[in-house]
Structure formats: structure tokens, C-alpha cells
Design a protein around this ligand. Structure first.
Ligand code: HEM
Ligand SMILES: Nc1nc2c(c(=O)[nH]1)N[C@H]1C(S)=C(S)[C@@H](COP(=O)(O)O)O[C@H]1N2
Ligand SMILES: [Mo]
Length: 423
């Protein structure tokens, strides 16, 4: 502990420690909300601002640590013989450094695209490890204070005044902390209870406002339906070399379900002839195979995914695009998700509707039966459960763009107009 002459140091450290604890809590909570796939839908409207807030709080935290670093040496010296405290300190500093570095890479994701995957891995790992460590630390501290309290309790049996000023100071602090902790627990409980109530209420409201999703009901299910014969290049061992895993995102209230008997692929709007294709018709369309990297804008990627599907250009030609059309809008049968491309982007030779991955039909979570894949752009462009393709004469803001995602979804460094390097 600090000597009595170092009281200002103790107090400055205590203040920084308190601020850091709050800021860690804020980072953990905002990080958790950013991470949980189940919150993408309910909290879609605050996702982009929350990311900004998380970054701003992260920067503030770095400033806090910088302020602490000036006290590091006196603090280190004041620790006396305790090895445990030193280890504690080193771990905390390593955690802070790891979070800051990986956070910075995720922040400038476009500049650091090859490293975001690793940064996200470390960011997550540190969050798990650091979160548990932090919880343990808080619990241990709490009980230490609790154990110190019986001989300081103020009540019928008055506490003995302590002769030693350091002990008296620590005791006063302990009581203060206990009051503080009680307040935190009470207010935290109210906050949690309150948010749960608000969440529950919002959910109730949503259920009233969204009577039925465009989702089809499974008809009396026949045992089998026609399935396409996969291209040999699409199944392993030629295909199937993907590295990484999909997080499976869905902003709708429930998982859409593909029913081959009622599902249609519609192509309409500014076209010569509107199409409404059944599953049987769709599997007769010519398909091709692409091996492409898949990048979500929030830092994770899947490399070398083998897709088999319908080139979008061919489908557009089938419908006959009218000259006044400039954009192509994609709608999902989840009833919520849409996005759009310019006609030029839609006609690139590797913009396609994926039907199979590694030679297997897409499953419901993967966007069955057809999902858009636009590998030159971040994956929020790659609409799952595509059921309607509309030719329009103006731009359309997609689901995430309307909520603050960049309208420029191009993967940095990619060729934006030419033929794709690998077919
Ligand atoms: C106590 C420190 C921190 C904690 C506990 C924390 C936690 C998290 C978590 C859990 C995620 C979600 C990751 C995922 O989707 O798998 C996240 C994302 C992120 N964090 Fe942090 N973080 C911390 C510090 C920072 C700092 C210092 C920065 C930047 C200066 C930062 C920037 C970001 C960014 C840019 C994302 C990606 C958000 C997105 O687009 O989804 N974080 N963080
Ligand atoms: N219909 C629909 N399509 C969607 C999304 C969604 O929530 N709903 N999320 C998008 C985002 S942000 C990404 S990163 C990818 C995720 O693909 P995955 O769910 O196959 O992992 O799908 C995109 N297409
Ligand atoms: Mo994404």
C-alpha cells in the first residue's frame, strides 16, 4: 500500500481505477450487444451508433490508460512486496493493450482487411478471458471488503477508533466502497430489470405491428422435391475448401423456412417480361461455380467458399431489362431485408444467386434456396432468402445502409468493373 505521504497518489489511482471499472463495464456491455447475433434484429436501429459509441469509449479508455501510465512507476514502487498485485497489474495492462490494438484494427477495418479476422479473434478472446478475470477480481475484492467490515460496522456496537491512520483510511474507503457497491447493485438491478421490461414491451409491440412475415407456411409436406444435380467442380474435393465459419445472421423475428411448393423467384419492375419462377423452373436455369472470399463488415471472413448458382446477368437477360432501369433491388422473404446494386454491379461476372455451397443445397439459415452473392462487396449486400428482384430507375437504400452502414460496400482494392480474376 502507499505510504501516508502518498495519499494523493492513492486517491488519484483510486479515481482512475473507478473510471476504468466503469469504462470496462461499458465496453463489455456494448461489445456484447455488437456481438450477439440475436440482437441484430431487435437492436438494428442502434447498431451503427453503438459501434461508434463503442469506439469512442474505447478511445476514451486509451486516454485513461495513458493518464495512468504517468503514475505507473510510483504505483509499481508503492506495491511493496506483493507479487500478486504486480501480476494483476501486468495482466490488466496486457488486456488493455490487446483490446486497444485489436480494436484499432477493427475500427480501420477497410485499411486492415487482411488482419481483421485475427483482430476479431483476439478482441473476442480477450473479452472472454478479461471479462471472467474482471468478474473474479470484483467478487474477490467485494468479499475482502465484506470480511474487513465486521470490525468496522457502525451500529449499536460502535467501531473502535483506529490508531493507525493508514488502517483508518483504508477502512473509511472500504465502507465508502461498500456503499458504492450497494448502490451499483441496486441501480444495476433496476437498469437490468428496466431494460428487460422495455425489451419485452418492444417485442410485444413488434408482434402486433408485424402481423405476418412474407414467410411461407410449410404446406402439407411431400417427402421429396426435385433437387438439382450439382456440378462436380462444386462438391469436394474440388470444392469444399472454405476456411472459417459463417456467423449466420438474420434480422427477422424468426428463421425463414423454404417451402419448394409455394416459393417463387420473381423478377419484375422495369423488365420486358415479368418472371415468376417456381423451384422446378429455377433448378433448370444454367449454373456456374465460383470460389470466393466472403467478408462481413464487422470483421469476420470465410475464405475460399465454393458456391454454385445462377449468374445474375443471365437471369436479367431472361427478363429483358428495359433501358430506363438503373438499379436492381433484392428482397428477402424474411419480409425485412433488402438491398440493391447498380445495373453495372449486378452484371459483373461474379454477381450471382447462390443455390449450393460445396455441392449441397443452401439450408434455411444459409438463405435457402437462393441468396445473392456479390463477392466484390461486403456481405451485407449478399441478401439471403431472395425472392424478388426488381428493376428500378433510382437507387435503393438497403436494410443496413438505412441504419448507418456505408453506402460504399466495395471491398478495398477490388476491381470494380472488369471481369473477375478467377472464374
Ligand atoms: C475493454 C475493452 C473492450 C472490450 C471488452 C470490447 C469488446 C468488444 C466485443 C465483445 C466486440 C464484438 C466482437 C465480435 O463481433 O465478435 C467488439 C467489437 C468491436 N470493438 Fe471492442 N472492445 C473493447 C475495446 C475496444 C477498443 C479500445 C476499440 C477501438 C478503439 C474497439 C473497437 C471495436 C470495433 C471497431 C468493433 C467491431 C464492431 C462491429 O462492427 O461489429 N473495442 N468489442
Ligand atoms: N435476409 C438477410 N440477408 C442477410 C443478412 C440478414 O440479416 N438477412 N445479413 C447480411 C450480413 S450483414 C452478412 S455478414 C451476411 C451473413 O451471412 P451468413 O448469415 O450466411 O453468415 O448475410 C447478409 N445477408
Ligand atoms: Mo455483415
Amino acid at each position: 500500500m502507499a505510504p501516508i505521504s502518498g495519499r494523493p497518489l492513492v486517491e488519484r489511482l483510486a479515481r482512475l481505477h473507478r473510471l476504468y471499472a466503469w469504462s470496462l463495464l461499458a465496453m463489455l456491455l456494448s461489445g456484447l450487444v455488437l456481438y450477439l447475433p440475436g440482437l441484430r434484429g431487435p437492436l438494428a436501429a442502434i447498431r451503427a451508433p453503438l459501434r461508434q459509441a463503442h469506439i469512442a469509449a474505447g478511445v476514451a479508455q486509451i486516454v485513461l490508460i495513458a493518464a495512468y501510465l504517468r503514475l505507473l512507476l510510483p504505483h509499481w514502487r508503492s506495491l511493496g512486496p506483493w507479487l500478486g498485485k504486480r501480476i494483476n497489474l501486468v495482466i490488466s495492462l496486457l488486456l488493455a493493450a490487446g483490446w486497444s490494438l485489436s480494436g484499432a484494427v477493427l475500427w480501420w477495418d477497410r485499411a486492415f482487411l487482411p488482419y481483421t479476422q485475427a483482430a476479431l479473434f483476439w478482441h473476442d478472446l480477450l473479452t472472454w478471458v478479461g471479462g471472467l478475470y474482471l468478474a473474479g477480481h470484483a467478487v474477490v475484492r467485494y468479499f475482502k471488503i465484506e470480511l474487513a467490515l465486521p470490525w468496522a460496522r457502525v451500529g449499536p456496537r460502535r467501531a473502535r477508533p483506529l490508531a493507525n491512520p493508514i488502517a483508518a483510511y483504508r477502512l473509511a474507503k472500504a465502507i465508502e466502497r461498500r456503499r458504492f457497491l450497494t448502490r451499483v447493485l441496486k441501480q444495476g438491478g433496476m437498469l437490468l430489470g428496466g431494460s428487460w421490461l422495455v425489451g419485452w414491451w418492444l417485442k410485444q409491440r413488434r408482434e402486433v405491428e408485424l402481423p405476418a412475415l412474407a414467410q411461407v407456411q410449410p404446406a402439407a409436406r411431400a417427402p421429396a422435391y426435385p433437387v438439382p444435380q450439382p456440378d462436380p467442380r462444386s462438391s469436394p474435393p474440388v470444392g469444399g475448401g472454405a476456411k472459417g465459419h459463417f456467423r449466420i445472421y438474420n434480422v427477422a423475428r424468426s428463421m425463414p423456412h423454404f417451402d419448394p411448393y409455394t416459393w417463387r423467384l420473381e423478377v419484375n419492375g422495369l423488365v420486358r417480361r415479368e418472371l415468376s419462377l417456381t423451384w422446378e423452373q429455377v433448378i433448370e436455369l444454367p449454373r456456374d461455380v465460383w470460389v470466393r472470399d466472403f467478408h462481413c463488415v464487422s470483421g469476420w471472413s470465410v475464405r475460399n467458399v465454393t458456391w454454385e448458382g445462377i449468374p445474375l446477368s443471365a437471369l436479367l437477360d431472361l427478363a429483358g431489362v428495359l433501358p430506363q432501369a438503373t438499379h436492381v433491388k433484392f428482397s428477402s422473404y424474411d419480409g425485412v431485408y433488402t438491398d440493391a446494386l447498380t445495373l453495372e454491379q449486378a452484371r459483373l461476372d461474379d454477381t450471382f444467386l447462390a443455390m449450393l455451397k460445396d455441392g449441397k443445397l443452401l439450408t434455411d439459415p444459409e438463405g435457402a434456396p437462393l441468396r445473392l452473392i456479390m463477392p466484390r462487396m461486403f456481405a451485407y449486400k449478399s441478401v439471403k432468402w431472395v425472392t424478388r428482384i426488381e428493376l428500378i430507375d433510382q437507387p435503393h437504400m438497403g436494410f443496413w445502409e438505412r441504419l448507418g452502414y456505408a453506402e460504399d460496400a466495395w471491398i478495398p482494392g477490388v476491381d470494380r468493373s472488369g471481369p473477375s480474376p478467377r472464374a
